[in-house]
Design a protein around this ligand. Structure first.
Ligand SMILES: [Zn+2]
Length: 95
């Protein structure tokens, strides 16, 4: 049976979820509550209005499909850049 580590809203932590049949529904193995199989988690953040306006301009210009995709794209880029920096630090320490 397919298992995934997903965030459980009820347990308020990442737990093992087991896929339910052929449907894209996963159930928490600790509390049995269902979680969407997309693996997406809803978060709420505060950002400056001007930053959001800039983001919406990019979306209106067709550069990105929506706010969620824009944030995911930006986060992926940020994580890639941060990991590059961490690799550099490791090289610096060992070399
Ligand atoms: Zn749970």
């Amino acid at each position: 049976m397919e298992e995934r580590v997903l965030y459980c809203k009820r347990c308020r932590k990442r737990t093992i979820h087991r896929r339910e049949g052929s449907r894209f529904v996963y159930r928490c193995t600790e509390c049995n509550s269902p979680t969407s199989g997309t693996g997406l988690v809803l978060i709420t953040i505060h950002i400056p209005a001007t930053l959001l306006e800039e983001l919406d301009k990019l979306i209106e210009a067709g550069r990105l499909p929506n706010r969620s995709e824009a944030i995911r794209y930006a986060l992926r880029q940020f994580i890639i850049e941060e990991k590059k920096g961490m690799e550099g630090e490791i090289e610096f320490i060992s070399g």
